[in-house]
Design a protein around this ligand. Sequence first.
Ligand code: DQA
Length: 158
Amino acid sequence: MKIMVIQGPNLNMLGVREKQIYGPMKLEQIHAQMKDFAESNNTEIEFFQSNLEGEIVDKIQECYGEVDSIIINAAAYTHTSIAIRDAISAVGIPAIEVHISNIHRREEFRKTNMIAPVCASSVVGFGAFGYHLAMMGALQIMNEIRAVQEMQQAASAE
Ligand code: DQA
């Protein structure tokens, strides 16, 4: 099983950027923890960060047929990007969106969310720990899908 982690604009600045909102951890540290957790659960994981909307769309498209679950923090594009929303919808891979901060408790414009309706779930406001929760969710979803596929295979073999 494989998870793709996609990080949107300015998340490469974690650890420097508005630490009172986003906390002290750098993106590399978050990814190192995720990698450890993935390895201990026999799961492949890949990381991608971009400040460019089109590159994020390209990466989501590349996931088609290659990846079992997507964890995405589309950052500011969450609030604006129909293109990222359509890409998630197009590939049909279960996606979990993460927001480090609680976007519902912040500025009005952050309450608009283009991405959430096409995701399996959202993790919001847990700080960097939200990525760990998203991984637990992704593992659960992938296991459930696999169990259903195995049942279908068993039924069609009868
Ligand atoms: C964010 C919230 C967004 O509103 C913001 O633009 C970000 C980060 C979060 O993780 O809390 O860049 O997605």
